[in-house]
Ligand binder design. Structure first.
Ligand code: NAD
Length: 370
């Protein structure tokens, strides 16, 4: 039988992106060798580096390559260099939003799991975080981040406010089918896990939330009656995530709430550098670390590549149906941590200096344990 070949569109992006991407590719190549599969990675531009090279955070060539690939592996975009107060200036994050929209990726899956070896890195007490294993399912292509928006000068406002009359608005909008399909992804994920979904909204204030809750319940009652479903207001969820994080299995929510809650949940583990994510739609999927481009440590060779490596692992599961090989990656990472190997961000006072690894050395270590 011919050797299987998968074409991966790799997008290193900005900041620590290229450094951690190199380690993701390294591990992928090692898995390919062991599994006798070819992963053909092809780099393309996105974010700030794409703005510098051709004026656009998402060049057409990048989106075309992503669409033609079997999966997309992204690192991170953004940095102070491209922060501008000019609302018309291109922004790196537009590349991220654009590729999610372009590939029709309406679901973001962010697993949050406590590794025993890293339990001490959390700011929460050990008995609170024991057993945390949840996934946040966030709607990705609707809501506030894609709604109508405007910034303008308002004569009336100027009068009332002593001459400063700028005004701006953003709108949050959801269509029934958008809620329906994300609810379905959440219930499907729950079926593979502990069979429980917490749907998060702000029903007491927002009309979009009232629609959200109605539709989630309809999908549940009609298609997934055996899955346990609870509703929680977003403000309460923010508290409960810290209070009783181990009680959650699948949390499903709209774009903005999900953005904030997934970062909060990420912090439960103690390190942003550990969290992988998958973005799924009905075609090509995209895999990336949850954290940003960490401009404060870019170029220093100390970034934690494990989230990038675990994202490559999620790609094996969700894009290539290589669950066993994904297990190799997860197990290698777990054993590396169990044996005390750390990058600086997850090291503590008890970590011997010779066990604190740089980005490339950590990638090598995972390959060694594979
Ligand atoms: P960030 O996630 O980049 O960094 C937050 C903190 O976590 C920093 O102290 C950083 O050093 C640390 N950190 C993050 N990843 C790490 C890793 N792999 N190893 C070790 N430490 C790590 O968030 P920020 O500072 O708010 O944003 C920086 C830039 O990233 C901004 O331009 C922002 O817009 C962008 N951003 C991009 C994405 C993305 O590409 N998906 C997500 C969030 C933020």
């Amino acid at each position: 039988m011919a050797k299987a070949t998968y074409h991966v569109c790799t997008l290193p992006g900005d900041g620590i992106g290229p450094e951690i991407m190199a380690e993701g590719k390294k591990v992928l190549a090692a898995v390919g060798e062991k599994a006798d599969v070819d992963f053909v990675c092809e780099d393309h531009l996105i974010g700030g580096s794409a703005i510098d090279a051709c004026g656009s955070p998402l060049p057409d060539a990048t989106l075309d390559a992503a669409k033609a690939s079997d999966a997309v592996l992204l690192a991170s975009v953004g940095g102070p260099k491209w922060d501008s107060t000019d609302p018309k200036a291109p922004r790196p994050e537009q590349g991220l939003l654009g590729i999610r929209k372009g590939l029709g990726l309406y679901t973001n899956l962010r697993p949050v799991k406590i590794y025993d070896a890293l339990a001490g890195a959390s700011t929460l007490r050990p008995e609170v975080i024991k057993g945390v294993d949840l996934v946040i399912v966030r709607e990705l292509t609707g809501g506030l981040y894609f709604g109508r928006r405007e910034r303008f000068y308002d004569e009336e406002g100027a009068g009332a406010n002593g001459g400063r009359g700028q005004r701006a608005y953003d709108t949050m909008e959801y269509r029934e089918y958008e809620v329906e399909r994300i609810a379905r992804k959440a219930f499907e994920a729950a079926r593979k896990r502990r069979n429980k979904v917490t749907s998060v909204d702000k029903r007491n204030v927002l009309e979009t939330s009232r629609l959200w809750r109605e539709v989630v319940h309809r999908v549940h009652d009609e298609e997934f009656p055996e899955v346990e479903l609870e509703d929680l207001l977003v403000d309460n969820t923010a508290m409960q995530l810290i209070n009783r994080p181990a009680d959650f299995d699948v949390i499903v929510t709209e774009n903005t709430f999900g953005d904030i809650l997934s970062d909060e949940a990420a912090q439960i583990t103690g390190s942003l550098g550990m969290l992988a994510s998958a973005s799924l739609g009905d075609g090509v999927s995209l895999f990336e670390p949850s954290a940003g481009s960490a401009p404060d440590i870019a170029g220093k060779g100390i970034a934690n590549p494990l989230a990038q490596i675990l994202s490559a692992g999620m790609m094996l599961t969700y894009a290539f149906d290589m669950t066993e090989e994904a297990g190799w990656v997860e197990s290698a990472v777990e054993r590396v941590l169990d044996d005390g190997w750390r990058t600086r961000d997850i090291a503590d006072d008890a970590t011997p200096a010779d066990h604190v690894l740089g980005t490339a050395a950590m990638g090598d270590k995972v390959v060694e344990y594979l």
